[in-house]
Design a protein around this ligand. Structure first.
Ligand code: FRU
Length: 631
């Protein structure tokens, strides 16, 4: 085997190295490293060191579309590898900037040539039944649509490392919303900028001029040079490959706004026009178009509404019947806010109202804030277009406060289970949106075990209810708190790591406490601080209880905390809990999604046992069922 320093010499002098059958010739001209490979295989495998600065890497084909990708190339230690696509069968010239000549990457055997890229899972915390990319970073779901029996899920994706960067639209497809197959990214970062979030529609009548049933995607191109501008791409092969519109951008902000992104497009049948909603700093702007290319400003909504003042992102907009009555429909605007979560960081808020093609009018007082999920790891919720009979959404299961530093390596970022949204009238007369797990998730159920009903006044341990090594199960039950002021369940493992899910009947809250759930102190951002500061409550006294404080829940840092939801959203004194555990996440649905709560957890061993407890008499836990889940 050659010695490392010999290789460095080779790198500097341009000697040929033959690590595989193909030759890799590395030279350095000034600060630029040039890697030349004749008869290239499929990939150059690059070593990554996560805490280092980004080097710039480009496949130089002498074309205007050649794009610099920003990759944290290894300097003195390799955390993991990423594949970089070459000009297969031909000569590939790769240029690298911002990499020191003595960096580990340039030493022998670190960069490898290969025709295969192994995606066998290497992460302990990879969920077993939630959608994750096989490698790389993922945030928001994007451009989701349903056509010809296939659900298409694109997502903010970095193929060159497990931290945010190089935004592409990654792509996965499914026939049943639970089995996802990863396909090639549909839209790649280009010299104009990152491909930020956006949406896709089926252009049934071919209004954009590319034929009937073309898939048209609208996304934000983001760069320091051009700012955030809206671009269009179309697909004539059912959404697998996209062509970027040659006259992009199709929309720029009229006031030079810096934060102007995440276009949501929909067809508004009464006026036979396309509409696009763009998040514009602290409001949402509506535009309309006959052809998805020429856009005219219509109106804006949001400034001064809901949780303020926070950055609005990733809008969605759709109509739903209220209480199942198709004669009474309302429009819902989804607004993802960051920060603005009751528990710090990112959250999904929504507004219910009316839309006439000109203005969206919110039904409630501006200070009314409604949240779609009461956990801390539920962001960038958007819905599928092309689904006729229901509204289906997916959210990214993380929080910008710590998304980049979770204890995961090969990939970072998972999506929530698919959810179905419905409107219901709450006890206070307000219209709320429920978010329940989509029925297709039932396909994941393997063995189900029923436990005997319990009537308790103290506590009862049921050990080893789940033996699933993947920590992948569903737990259902009906809880009748009786005279308890505090009752609930604790999921725990042999190491004493636990998640406490309980009802605080005095305060009327459902709480999930993850302070001792396993790994909770990771990342530089995990600093003890004051939740009120994050939420800026002092400036917003109009935000009323129960949205005010976390008083009753331990609060240690951005991750080690409890989250809670108001029980006033529920319609009965019996609470049906449907809890999904999957390796590093817990999703709770109460009474058909009137409450949804999504939180990440990082136990070092699966939770296998349950403690049922109550501080009062006559608490009943009935119809308890544990189902192993798997694909
Ligand atoms: C939301 C977001 C979007 C943006 C994208 C970039 O999480 O900030 O507003 O388009 O992520 O990856």
């Amino acid at each position: 085997m050659k010695k490392r320093n010999v290789i460095l010499c080779a790198a500097l002098t341009g000697l040929s190295l033959s690590a595989t059958a193909q030759k890799m010739n590395i030279t350095r001209v000034g600060d630029t490293t040039i890697v030349k490979i004749d008869k290239s295989p499929k990939f150059l495998i690059l070593p990554v060191q996560e805490d280092k600065d980004e080097a710039q890497v480009k496949l130089d084909e002498g074309k205007p579309t050649d794009t610099w990708m920003y990759i944290r190339l290894a300097q003195d230690k390799t955390d993991y590898y990423v594949p970089f696509k070459l000009n297969m069968g031909k000569t590939s010239v790769i240029k690298i900037l911002n990499l020191k000549s003595d960096a580990l990457t340039l030493k022998e055997g670190e960069m490898k040539l290969s025709n295969v890229w192994d995606v066998t899972n290497t992460d302990f915390y990879r969920p077993s039944y939630h959608h994750t990319p096989s490698y790389g970073w993922m945030n928001d779901p994007n451009g989701m649509f349903y056509k010809d029996g296939v659900y298409h899920l694109c997502y903010q994706y970095n193929p060159y490392g497990s931290k945010w960067g190089n935004m592409h639209w990654g792509h996965a497809v499914s026939r049943d919303l639970v089995h996802w197959e990863e396909v090639n990214p549909t839209i790649a970062r280009d010299p104009m900028g990152h491909i930020f979030s956006g949406s896709a529609v089926i252009d049934t009548d071919g209004t954009a001029g590319y034929g009937k049933n073309t898939i048209v995607a609208l996304y934000t191109s983001a760069s320091d040079e051009n700012g955030q501008i809206q671009c269009m791409a179309y697909s004539t092969d059912g959404g697998y490959t996209f062509h970027k519109y040659e006259k992009n951008p199709v929309l720029t902000p009229f006031d030079g706004l810096k934060d102007f992104r995440d276009p949501k497009v929909f067809w508004y049948a009464p006026l036979k026009k396309w509409y696009m909603i763009v998040s514009a700093d602290k409001e949402m702007r509506f535009y309309s178009s006959p052809n998805l290319k020429d856009w005219t400003y219509v109106s804006a909504f949001g400034e001064g509404y809901g949780v303020q003042p926070n950055q609005f992102e990733c809008p969605d907009f759709f109509e739903l019947p209220v209480d199942g009555d198709t004669n009474k429909k309302k429009w819902v605007m989804i607004v993802n806010i960051n920060p603005g979560c009751l528990f710090g960081g990112s959250a999904t808020e929504y507004f219910v109202g009316d839309f006439d093609g000109n203005n969206f009018v919110f039904d409630s007082k501006p200070s009314v804030a409604k949240f779609l999920d009461y956990g801390k790891d539920h962001y960038a919720t958007v819905t599928f277009s092309g689904v006729k009979d229901r509204v289906l959404g997916i959210a990214w299961m993380s929080n910008w406060q710590y998304a980049n530093v979770t204890p995961i390596r090969q990939y970072r970022g998972a999506n929530t289970l698919p959810r179905e949204f419905k409107l219901f009238t709450g006890k206070d007369g307000e219209i709320y949106m429920s978010s329940n797990v989509a029925p297709e998730v039932g396909l994941l159920r393997r063995n189900s075990n029923s436990l005997p009903d319990l009537l308790i006044s103290h506590e009862k341990d049921v050990a080893n209810v789940s033996s699933n090594k993947e920590n992948a199960f569903e737990l259902e039950m009906n809880v009748m708190p009786g005279q308890a002021t505090k009752t609930g369940i604790i999921l725990y493992n042999n190491k004493g790591e636990k998640v406490d899910i309980y009802f605080d009947m005095k305060k009327g809250r459902l709480i999930m406490d993850r302070t001792e759930s396993g790994k909770v102190n990771f990342g530089e951002q995990a600093e003890p601080h004051n939740i009120e500061k994050e939420f800026d409550l002092h400036e917003h006294p109009e935000i009323k209880e129960p949205f005010r404080k976390l008083n009753s829940v331990n609060y240690k840092n951005d991750f080690a905390l409890g989250t809670w939801a108001p029980l006033t959203l529920c319609d009965a004194d019996t609470y049906h809990l449907d809890i999904f555990v999957d390796k590093c996440s817990i999703e709770i649905f109460v009474n058909g999604g009137r409450i949804a709560m999504t939180n990440l957890v990082f136990p070092t061993q699966p939770y296998t046992s349950i403690k049922f407890y109550s501080d009062g008499n006559k608490t009943a836990f009935k119809n308890i069922k544990v189902s192993e889940l798997g694909l």
